[in-house]
Ligand binder design. Sequence first.
Ligand SMILES: C[S@@+](CC[C@H](N)C(=O)[O-])C[C@H]1O[C@@H](n2cnc3c(N)ncnc32)[C@H](O)[C@@H]1O
Length: 190
Amino acid sequence: MKRISLVHEAHKAVQTVLQAGDYAVDATVGNGHDTLFLARHVGPGGIVFGFDIQQNAIDQTRSRLEQGKVETPFELFRVSHAVMTNTIPAQFHGRIKAVMFNLGYLPGGDKLLITRTDTTIAALNQALRVLAPDGLLTILAYPGHSGGDQEADEVDKWCADLDGSRYDKLCINSQENQKSMPRLYLVNPA
Ligand SMILES: C[S@@+](CC[C@H](N)C(=O)[O-])C[C@H]1O[C@@H](n2cnc3c(N)ncnc32)[C@H](O)[C@@H]1O
């Protein structure tokens, strides 16, 4: 059965809203692939804010951005995305066009340092507060690893509980009828 690349789907969706000069957030920078993608799209007139709790993820992302030769201003924070609204300056709240979450552990890193349900849900609520009215929130969740099933279920519930008159939401499964496979959630203000 065909398996969809959800990273690709997330990028495709973000490209539909992101323009040069926009502000964007990578809530889990990891190895910096999504951060570089966002930086390339917003360009030198925009800004990308990035979060990760691991110093090696911050370092890796910084060097990927430098090697990618993007001129986009960026700020990388070594703090939990659960303090997003306190960390991103207030003047950007309500003006962020894309917030991307790619949950789980750092590929090639310590698999015990994973995103955790409580901080993920706190961060998702804050992401909605910084998001622009025409912005998009993407959440890539990975059931099937320790802690991942519960986190993915809670993200699913969080999404289902969002007021449908205020938010459009879509869930894309990487493989149909496979509950243990990765899923992508797309949320945008209606
Ligand atoms: C799947 S990786 C992200 C991949 C990344 N987006 C990329 O393009 O390479 C998940 C990342 O989330 C980070 N993380 C875990 N808990 C976090 C938290 N509370 N706040 C921010 N980042 C966190 C991990 O350290 C890890 O680097």
